[in-house]
Design a protein around this ligand. Structure first.
Ligand code: DOR
Ligand code: ZN
Ligand code: ZN
Length: 446
């Protein structure tokens, strides 16, 4: 049994900060949270020098890539990026190459990932071609099934409202959520075919706020009919969708949703500065929309803040015509500094931050014994310096995608030291361990 004592720390514990606290970790789990000095003999004592410890962040929307897309990101670089950003668990999307659509492709992904992990990872699958395979994938431990409504993706051929109901029934039956990228396929395809050489405005028209709202409405209609299912809306960005989700929640429908830091903190004006590089799907919206998103965070309509970490090479994002460009940004290394900066500026409280990035993700996705600093829980811990200033510098990212729309932003609050499963992974901002510290997680399994 290995024991570790963390001394000289402030701990976010049961909703408030405990000063001068100590933590005892045994075999990777939290054994004791104490206001007094822990006197028991331990194998190792670690001085946190007054840093604030919060639960390691859980990011429920990450593209770690790997396998044939490892040139963009791999399981080691992606989870190193996570740990460097104070994120100790990520849930990984299935638009991989080969795509995750069945047991075989899932197994391939797990085997490739497992030896490389610096943070914990859970996997999502596409909705399989045959809905009868949903239960096999659930048994194999996926955290949910992803549906891109606006693009034809591998897996189930989704066309009609009836298809959507069938998907919800199958996924609901195994007790897992359907994760939805809600945008309308018809509109995208029309705008695309009418504007083969479009610019930024074409992109915004093809993936408009109305498109998101329409897709959310369709899903809610299907869910209303099926009932015994759960839907998680990814990266909500429009005022209309937020209203629909708020009303659905009020009427008792089992829905949840996430907001990304880029939709919260950036608006479409960024395109003037960044051009095509700034493309992300869903697109950046107006100031009113990002304000609505903040209000939804405040009112509990938004359940999680998730990055949609979408690493691509800079060339893939900037060279070529609109429809061939890759969209999205790396986000794992900017999430926490950006959000701590919001805490310092007063737009988010520390308890809200912990709720949105740790408690709620763990609860919604049944990530057992994580997302909280509590006796018996895994010691996934992020020690932050709330007062330290930093300038966001993508050249120092561990992610292979060394670029960011937040480049040059001055922020206050950074992760300094991180433990994953009780192992020291990040010390003073540097990765200090080898791969294999992170684990492959399964829902409900500690
Ligand atoms: O901008 C995006 N990038 N949106 C998505 O839905 C997918 C993601 C990716 O995988 O690159
Ligand atoms: Zn998406
Ligand atoms: Zn995504």
């Amino acid at each position: 049994m290995r024991s570790l004592r963390l001394k000289n720390c402030r701990v976010f514990y049961r909703g408030s900060i405990v000063d001068d606290a100590e933590l005892l970790i045994e075999n990777g789990r939290i054994k004791e949270v104490s206001r007094l000095s822990i006197r028991k003999p331990v194998d190792e004592t670690f001085d946190l020098k007054g840093l604030l410890i919060i639960p390691g962040l859980i990011d429920v929307h990450v593209h770690l890539r790997g396998l044939n897309l490892a040139y963009k990101e791999d399981y080691d670089t992606g989870t190193m990026a996570a740990a460097s950003g104070g994120v100790t668990t990520v849930l990984d999307m299935p638009n991989t190459d080969p795509p995750t659509v069945d047991l075989e492709s899932l197994d391939l992904r797990i085997k490739a990932a497992e030896p490389k992990l610096y943070a914990n990872v859970g996997f999502y699958s596409f909705v399989p071609e045959e809905l009868t395979e949903v239960s096999e994938l659930a048994e194999a431990g996926v955290f949910g099934f992803k549906l891109f409504m606006h693009r034809r993706m591998p897996g189930y051929r989704f066309e009609t409202l009836e298809d959507l109901k069938d998907i919800l029934k199958a996924v609901g039956e195994v007790g897992l959520p359907l994760l939805v990228h809600a945008e309308d396929r018809g509109l995208l395809e029309t705008v695309r075919s009418e504007n083969p050489d479009g610019g930024l405005e074409t992109f915004e028209k093809a993936l408009s706020e109305e498109s998101e709202e329409k897709a959310v409405k369709t899903v809610l209609e299907a869910l209303e009919a099926v009932k015994k299912a759960r839907v998680h809306f990814c990266h909500v960005s429009s005022i209309g969708a937020l209203r629909l989700i708020e009303a659905a929640k009020a009427s008792g429908l089992p829905v949840s949703c996430e907001a990304t830091p880029h939709h919260l903190l950036l608006t479409r004006e960024v395109y003037e500065r960044l051009g095509f590089y700034g493309l992300v799907d869903p697109p950046l919206r107006s100031k009113e929309s990002s304000e609505a998103l903040w209000s939804a965070v405040e009112h509990g309509v938004v359940d999680c803040i998730a990055t949609d970490h979408a690493p691509h090479t800079l060339e893939e994002k900037t060279v070529g015509g609109l429809w061939s460009l890759k969209t999205g940004f790396p986000g794992l290394e900017t999430l926490l500094p950006l959000m701590l900066d919001c805490v310092n500026k007063g737009s988010l409280s520390l308890s809200e931050l912990v709720r949105l990035t740790a408690h709620n993700p763990a609860r919604l996705f049944r990530i057992a014994d994580r997302g909280c600093i509590e006796v018996g829980y895994w010691a996934d811990l992020t020690a932050v310096d709330l007062k330290k200033e930093a300038i966001i510098d993508p050249s120092s990212f561990k992610s292979k995608a060394k670029h960011s729309p937040f480049e040059g932003w001055r922020v206050r609050g950074v992760p300094e030291t991180v433990f994953v499963n009780g192992e020291l992974v990040l010390l003073d901002g540097e990765v200090v361990c080898g791969p294999g510290v992170g684990r492959v997680l399964r829902p409900g399994v500690s």
